[in-house]
Design a protein around this ligand. Sequence first.
Ligand code: NAD
Length: 557
Amino acid sequence: TIQENVFRAEKYVTPTGNKLNCKGWVQEAALRMLLNNLNPEVAEKPEELIVYGGRGKAARNIESLDLIIKALKDLNNNETLLVQSGKPVAILTTHEDAPRVLISNSQLVPKWATWEHFDALEKKGLMMYGQMTAGSWIYIGSQGIVQGTFETFAAVAKKHFNGTLAGTLTVTAGLGGMGGAQPLAVTMNEGVCLVAEVEEWRIDKRLHTRYLDEKCTVIDEAIDRALTAKQQKKSLSIGVLCNAVHLLQRLLERNIQVDVLTDQTSAHDPLIGYIPHTLTNEQANVLRQENPENYKALSYESMKQHVAYMLALQEKGAITFDYGNNLRARAKEAGLQNAFNFPGFVPAYIRPLFCEGKGPFRWAALSGDPADIAATDKCILELFPENKSLHKWISMAQQRIAFQGLPARICWLGQGEREKAGLAFNELVRKGIVQAPIVIGRDHLDTGSVASPNRETEAMLDGSDAVADWPILNALVNTAGGASWVSLHHGGGVGMGYSIHAGMVIVADGTEAAAKRLARVLRNDPGMGVIRHADAGYDIALDTLRKNGLSLSDRLK
Ligand code: NAD
């Protein structure tokens, strides 16, 4: 007999086409995006409902997943489903312009906001870790991060290597859901990338989706191949089956000049995410179950060593940065005092973009038809003819990005641009140029939606790194504006106690009502970022604020 409480991919297939399974397109979009998050082509471990980022899940357990699906199919156009850490808890009457789903994931009262407390609650079945887009149903596979990663490496190239990574060696680790975008982002910038990864199936998955060029199981061989490509100025990415610590150790022993150095192992989660170099993968899986305390101790020791090696390579000239996994904080917690001697990627490369309201705008074609994304690509290129880097990005993405699950696209758009794009997509739906509605969302890693002092809000100009009013206001204003679903999470990216962040998704279904909601939400959402950065004193943000009519003092004149 078939067990009902296990994940069977064939039972959770994402509907496509233009026929509704729900009572409206907004509910339908939530249903399709939830199932898309769990599509085995999209999710890292769908059998555990894990989408990406260590243990970032889409629903608390199978029972909750089934209930959410049932609720979405039953939900009326004047009702709202409430989801508490991955479990549906109520359907309440609201109104047609209100969000159809409101989600709160992994929230703990600050004094209790530790992994220890969270683990105990998770064990009792009372909580779920939502990461960022996993629990808010807008993960679109590795593409979701690839443009951001591409932009970061492009900024590195611009700042340090005359605009190209050609002839340089980048070293990193982690080929998971997000980290898997690194090799492609480096080769798109013409560089050579060595990525350590302990799990072979992850390497194979990135080869399969063409994010990675080659696999190598011997460290020295991988280094030699990378050096040859670097010398020939050829772009190449190699996944090395080994622990990050062992790769860095060998690079130091051989005195290899590393040009760019970072890391995207799941260091935010010392128990489920990071694998210590003193254990094999198999041993890690056993010890994690049998003695979690012992596992975490080894994990911390390993992260301390990992950062110590990064600092040693930085001394030898590698441009080194933390890539948003809280590795520096873990090493410091383990006693490495100078762990923060290299910067995080946001203050180093991304903040100027945030000041213009720019961030990872993304959309998916609910029809399931790649031709619909081609139509939106064309639309975006026509809307922003002067934006050269956007044109470069879209043409590279068309050639090199394999869709995972529902066809989707990402591109970083700023204040004013997101609103324009959303309304244009709504017109494509209205005119029948695309087969079904388009769902628009973003990462929580965005300009106005997150407080995360070791990542998005590291080293703010006014010292307001830990102020978390901003993401709360962001979630509230998106709810007030009529986003299709809104989420408020804790601990994404960097782990329990380190971040509060909000998500929003909005559906362009071609109706007049949707156009009004799109105009409000896609103006206010990035607007929160511009307002937040202007409040902190950034000139670029103050400028963007005034140009877009967002300034309170101008309003009250
Ligand atoms: P994931 O859990 O899907 O993948 C992590 C990978 O790291 C796994 O494949 C795992 O096998 C590997 N790994 C763990 N320890 C290792 C070690 N010591 N050596 C080599 N490989 C090791 O996570 P993900 O979604 O790829 O995210 C990775 C990290 O990056 C997370 O901490 C996440 O929060 C952070 N992140 C950063 C950004 C960003 O833009 N900077 C965005 C999203 C996520």
